[in-house]
Design a protein around this ligand. Structure first.
Ligand code: BGC
Length: 383
C-alpha cells in the first residue's frame, strides 16, 4: 500500500506554483478562501455554483449540485496536470442522464433489494430506479439536489462544508435526515471527505462518493492498464440484479483477488459467473481493516504511463469497485470525448449493499440521538 507519495509531492507542489502564477484567486493555494463562480441554473431558477479548491498540486472543482466533483486536476510525474475525473462541461450534462459522475450519493449508496426493507416492524417502500431495485438513494437522490455550501480555510487546508436536509419520507426513507459533508483538500494533495448525519426517526444511511477516476486523464481511453490493489480477502457475490446473496466469499483464486496489485484488464474478460452479472467488476469488497475508528489504507491505484498514483483510506467496512462497465459511448465528457465501457472506475467506500435486508452485514441503521460518521481520504501523488 506504499505510494511513495511524499517524494513526489514536492514536484507536484512545484507544478502548482507554475500553474497558479497569474491565474488569479481561483487557483491560489494556501490561505485564500475557495473561489466561487456561477455554473448554471436549475430548471426552477436556483443558481448552481462551482467552487475551486487547490492544494499540493491538485485542483478540484466542486458543484453545489450533487456535491459533484466536476474536475480533478492532478500532476503527472513530470508536473503536467490532467483532469483525472469523468464529468461534463456544463450543468445540462449533469441534468441529463448522468451515471452519477462525480456525485455525492445518499441516502443509500448502492442497491436495496426491491427498494424495500422492514425496520422496527414497519415496512418501507423506497423509490425503485434500477430494474426491480433502489439504487443510490432512488429516482432523485442526493446527487440530484442543490446543497448549501460554506467554504473554509484552515492553515494550508481549503475546504467546503456541504449541507442538505432530506425531508421525512423523501424517496420513501423515514426520518428527516440532516447531512453535512466536508471536503478538505490539504497541502499534501489529500482529499478528505467527512460525512456526518443525524435523524429524527430510525433510518438506513450509507453515504459515498461516486467519482469515476482515470489517472491517465478523462477521455483518454480505458482504465484497464491501471494497477489496483485492494486490502480485502473477501467480497460479497451478487445475484443477476446485483443484490448480494449474503455470502462473504474468499477472493483467493478468483478474479476478485487484488491483494497484490494487478492490472484491471488482466481478468476483466474472465468467464467467472460473478463477472457476467455486472459485465465486469461491480462488487463490494469486505475490507480486511474495515470499520476502523480512523481511516485505514485499503486501496491503491497506479497508472504506469503518467506515474499518477492514488491511495484510498477509509473508516468504512466495504468498498465498491465498479469498472465503468455500463458506460456505453452515449455520453460526451468534459473535454468533448465520448465515454465508453471501462473509461473510468469508481472506488466507493461504503457499508455493504442491501444491508437493511441482510442481518449478518454491519448495520446501516441510524437512530435519533446518534450521529452517523464516516471518513474517506483519497491521496494523490506520482511514482
Ligand atoms: C454501481 C453500478 C451502477 C453505477 C451507476 C455503481 O456504484 O455499483 O452497478 O451501474 O454505480 O453508474
Amino acid at each position: 500500500m506504499e505510494t511513495r507519495r511524499r517524494t513526489v509531492l514536492a514536484a507536484a507542489a512545484a507544478g502548482l506554483t507554475a500553474a497558479a502564477a497569474g491565474t488569479g484567486a481561483a487557483h491560489a493555494s494556501g490561505s485564500r478562501t475557495p473561489a466561487r463562480e456561477r455554473f448554471g441554473r436549475m430548471p426552477d431558477g436556483t443558481e448552481v455554483h462551482r467552487w475551486t479548491l487547490t492544494g499540493g498540486g491538485v485542483r478540484m472543482k466542486v458543484l453545489s449540485y450533487g456535491g459533484i466533483v466536476q474536475s480533478l486536476e492532478v500532476p503527472d510525474r513530470h508536473g503536467e496536470s490532467a483532469n483525472v475525473s469523468l464529468g461534463f462541461a456544463d450543468l445540462d450534462g449533469y441534468l441529463g442522464e448522468s451515471p452519477y459522475l462525480g456525485a455525492l450519493i445518499g441516502r443509500y449508496g448502492n442497491r436495496i433489494a426491491k427498494g424495500r426493507f422492514t425496520l422496527d416492524g414497519t415496512e418501507h417502500q423506497l423509490s425503485v430506479n434500477d430494474g426491480p431495485n433502489s439504487l443510490h438513494g432512488g429516482e432523485r437522490g442526493f446527487d440530484k439536489r442543490v446543497w448549501d455550501v460554506e467554504p473554509f480555510t484552515r492553515g494550508t487546508d481549503q475546504g467546503l462544508v456541504l449541507s442538505y436536509v432530506s425531508a421525512d419520507g423523501e424517496m420513501g426513507y423515514p426520518g428527516t435526515l440532516r447531512t453535512r459533508v466536508t471536503y478538505t483538500l490539504s497541502a499534501a494533495g489529500e482529499w478528505r471527505i467527512d460525512y456526518a448525519a443525524t435523524t429524527d426517526r430510525a433510518t438506513p444511511v450509507n453515504l459515498t462518493s461516486h467519482v469515476y477516476f482515470n489517472l491517465a486523464g478523462e477521455g483518454s481511453g480505458s482504465v484497464y492498464d491501471h494497477r489496483l490493489s485492494l486490502a480485502a480477502s473477501r467480497y460479497t457475490p451478487v445475484d443477476g440484479t446485483l443484490i448480494p446473496t449474503g455470502e462473504l466469499a474468499p477472493v483467493s483464486g478468483t478474479p476478485f483477488d487484488f491483494r497484490r496489485a494487478k492490472a484491471i484488464g488482466s481478468d476483466i474478460r474472465s468467464d467467472h459467473p460473478q463477472m457476467l452479472h455486472g459485465q465486469g467488476f461491480d462488487h463490494n469488497w469486505a475490507l480486511d481493516k474495515g470499520g476502523s475508528a480512523r481511516p485505514a489504507p485499503v486501496a491503491e491505484l497506479y497508472e504506469p504511463r503518467s506515474g499518477r498514483a492514488m491511495s484510498v483510506a477509509t473508516t468504512e467496512p466495504g468498498l465498491q469497485f465498479y469498472s465503468g462497465n455500463f458506460l456505453d459511448g452515449t455520453l460526451v465528457g468534459s473535454s468533448g470525448r465520448t465515454y465508453r465501457q471501462g473509461d473510468g472506475l469508481c472506488l466507493e467506500t461504503q457499508h455493504f449493499p442491501d444491508s437493511p435486508n441482510q442481518p449478518a452485514f454491519p448495520s446501516t441503521i441510524l437512530r435519533p440521538g446518534e450521529t452517523y460518521r464516516s471518513t474517506t481520504v483519497y491521496g494523490f501523488g506520482t511514482r
